[in-house]
Design a protein around this ligand. Structure first.
Ligand SMILES: Cc1cc2nc3c(=O)[nH]c(=O)nc-3n(C[C@H](O)[C@H](O)[C@H](O)COP(=O)(O)OP(=O)(O)OC[C@H]3O[C@@H](n4cnc5c(N)ncnc54)[C@H](O)[C@@H]3O)c2cc1C
Length: 217
């Protein structure tokens, strides 16, 4: 099924429900669909520009302000910075580093997403192989570190030795901050206002209670 995996990989679990999307393509398609639907895209101004009333919201954005009966806020780890003072949400950034390598007919590739204890490798249809991701409690620090890349490459090489022949294509753009929450950080008192419209907060939470770096198991 995956002949390029190291022979010492003794067993695996085949998960037919594991799928992937290329987030860059999804974002481009989403933005195009959004603009085509006569909406507009803009940066949200700082939280002071928000007002929230029973009748709806007023939001300051790059070109001024607008009103809406309901607002869906999808700012991920940055959500806390954009909320008005009377709203809180227990979210913090979780730094992740990832990298992309270029596969060729000579290097071979993987047919499936492969998860190991340390990393995962996702083969893309354009020939890239994404290796991700570290999980680091570093706030909004976006530095690509030697330790992070070492952990990814070392973890990948343990299972898939052919990676040593692959050219590194990118490590910056694939990295970023995932929104995360813990029971500990949810200790702040919640405002009842954000539980119901007019404000809806949507984020894909990466739940990680531990504080260890992934290469320090
Ligand atoms: C390196 C890495 C690898 C990952 N790998 C996986 C994986 O393999 N599988 C998986 O399921 N999850 C993975 N995750 C987690 C996943 O990416 C996140 O959980 C998910 O992207 C969070 O989605 P979101 O929409 O809540 O926030 P985000 O995807 O972070 O989106 C928030 C958006 O809001 C924008 N924004 C912020 N402030 C403003 C503003 N003022 N105005 C306008 N826009 C603003 C940001 O630029 C950002 O584009 C990974 C995360 C990282 C960091």
């Amino acid at each position: 099924m995956e002949p390029a995996l190291r022979p010492s990989v003794a067993a695996g679990l085949y998960c037919t429900d594991d799928h992937q999307v290329d987030p860059r393509l999804v974002m481009a398609a989403l933005r195009a669909a959004y603009v085509a639907a006569a909406a507009f895209c803009s940066s949200i101004a700082p939280s002071r520009a928000w007002t929230l009333k029973a009748a709806g919201c007023r939001i300051g954005h790059g070109e001024g302000s607008c009103r809406a009966p309901t607002v869906v806020l999808t700012a991920g780890a940055w959500t806390g910075d954009l909320l008005p003072p009377n709203l809180t949400v227990p979210v913090r950034p979780l730094k992740g580093q990832a990298l992309a390598v270029r596969t060729t007919p000579d290097t071979g590739t993987l047919a499936h997403i492969v998860w190991t204890e340390q990393i995962h490798m996702a083969p893309r249809s354009d020939g890239r192989l994404i290796v991700g991701a570290t999980v680091e409690e570093r706030g909004f620090d976006d530095a690509i570190t030697a330790g992070g890349l070492f952990a990814l490459l070392e973890g990948a090489h343990r299972a898939f030795p052919a990676i040593e022949e692959m050219a590194i294509e990118a490590c910056g753009p694939a990295s970023g901050q995932a929104p995360s929450t813990t029971r500990r950080s949810s200790g702040r008192r919640r405002s009842p206002a954000w539980r119901s419209p007019p404000a809806i907060i949507a984020m894909a939470i990466c739940w990680r209670p531990q504080r260890r770096l992934p290469w320090r198991r």
